[in-house]
Design a protein around this ligand. Structure first.
Ligand code: ADP
Length: 394
């Protein structure tokens, strides 16, 4: 009988899942998704060979089914379809681990309560991550669950990279730059040597450009600085999030427009970014297909801001050896990569247009002093490995 681990990445509108054989660097047996959470949930999954799995028995679900209910349905389904495989652990993506968690941890009541205190720092993600953990605890209380944090990878940053210029007591209290997308950065850091050889230990900037977007400056494959800060709102312009914003705008919205905290949260997290600037869509692919000048302006602002942030991170690194593009936009949009790299010529960046248009692994030309790569990220694989290791160490 072989053992498997279940990986859950519970976001606001979807729950991604994967089933891995236990053991290091395994290939997932199943990858799937519950889309339309809170609207009209639909389960789908594929096997390792890419064939679709029939999940039609999971139809007619209450449209308002919450994360806990959907995770319960998924676990029931898995129980019925796991054959002779034994589910030995569940690994979760958890967005915020605060200062306390610098590595994956087995979740118990004390850990869960610490993670609940961090909900206010990641209001869009943390509640859903924890709802998935609670659902499993209720159904299978003895099954080990491991929380893997998006913040952990950045705990290697020195104090200056973490500090805001606020009074010291506030920094002491934990109002710091934490950084996110750490599971994606860990994945890229682990494969860098395959593509860069010894240069992998040099000065590398990874651009995770998806619905959420951030950059991480790495030296020796460890995080030195990153664009997201206290929350996942800072830094780059994103699908719906504004990215870095003069805090004075928030004061103005409160004092002159009478907006309250909830209204401002909705504005900054859900109505801004690509969606806000284009007034069309939060989705880069839609914007690229549109002739509307507002779509064009949103794309150009996205790339201008990305290049500007990257320039700042080069200073944190003291130079630049390589750039890696990853995640939905980074892996697929040749136009976005070109518009960003066109602004980085002064750093020695030179793209090979044909390789860029073809989404090749290496898109820099032979003249480029900076290697530019396109590498797929796999956060679920990082969680599966961490879950195996953490459970084995118990
Ligand atoms: P999430 O943060 O939700 O995991 P993804 O990493 O899947 O997001 O990235 C989603 C983004 O990637 C969307 O803006 C989508 O339009 C964009 N994207 C995906 N494929 C393409 C493509 N071929 N061209 C341009 N943008 C794309």
């Amino acid at each position: 009988m072989s053992d498997v681990v279940l990986v859950l990445n519970a976001g606001s509108s979807s729950i991604k899942f994967a089933v891995y054989p236990s053991g290091a660097n395994a290939v997932p047996l199943i990858r799937g998704k519950v889309a339309g959470v809170g609207r009209d949930p639909v389960f789908s999954a594929i096997r390792a060979d890419g064939t679709a799995i029939d999940m039609s028995m999971l139809t007619n679900i209450d449209v308002a089914a919450d994360h806990e209910t959907l995770v319960s349905l998924l676990l029931d389904w898995l129980e019925q379809h796991r054959g002779d495989r034994r589910l030995v652990a569940v690994g979760h993506r958890v967005v915020h681990g605060g200062r306390g968690f610098s590595r994956p941890v087995v979740v118990d009541d004390a850990v869960l309560s610490q993670l609940e205190h961090l909900i206010q720092l990641a209001p869009l993600h943390q509640p859903h991550n924890l709802a998935a953990i609670r659902a499993i605890s209720r159904l299978q209380p003895t099954l080990p669950q491991v929380a893997c944090f998006d913040t952990s990878f950045h705990r290697t940053q020195d104090r200056l990279a973490q500090l805001f210029a606020l009074p010291r007591d506030m920094s002491d209290e934990g109002i710091l730059r934490y950084g996110f997308h750490g599971l994606s950065y860990e994945c890229i850091a682990s494969i860098l040597p395959d593509h860069l050889g010894e240069r992998a230990e040099g000065r590398v900037i990874v651009a995770h450009l998806g619905n959420g977007a951030s950059m991480c400056a790495m030296k020796n494959r460890q995080s030195v600085a990153t664009s997201m800060g206290f929350t996942a709102l800072d830094g780059l312009l994103m699908g719906r999030r504004c990215g870095a914003l003069d805090a004075g705008v928030v004061l103005y919205l409160m004092q002159s427009k009478g907006m309250n905290a909830t209204e401002i949260e909705t504005l900054l997290y859900r109505r801004s970014g690509l969606l806000g600037v284009s007034a069309i869509s939060n989705n880069m692919r839609d914007l690229e297909q549109s002739d509307d000048p507002r779509a064009r302006e949103a794309i150009e602002l996205f790339c201008f801001r990305a290049a500007s942030v990257l320039g700042g991170l080069v200073t944190a690194l003291g130079g630049l050896d390589a750039i890696v593009f990853t995640a939905g936009i980074g892996e697929n949009s040749a136009q976005v990569r070109r518009l960003i790299c066109d602004r980085l010529v002064h750093l020695g960046v030179d793209l090979d247009p044909r390789c860029n248009d073809g989404n090749s692994l290496r898109i820099s030309s032979v003249r480029s002093s900076v290697d530019v790569l396109v590498l797929p990220t796999d956060e679920e694989a990082v969680i599966a490995n961490a879950t195996n290791e953490t459970v084995a160490l118990r």
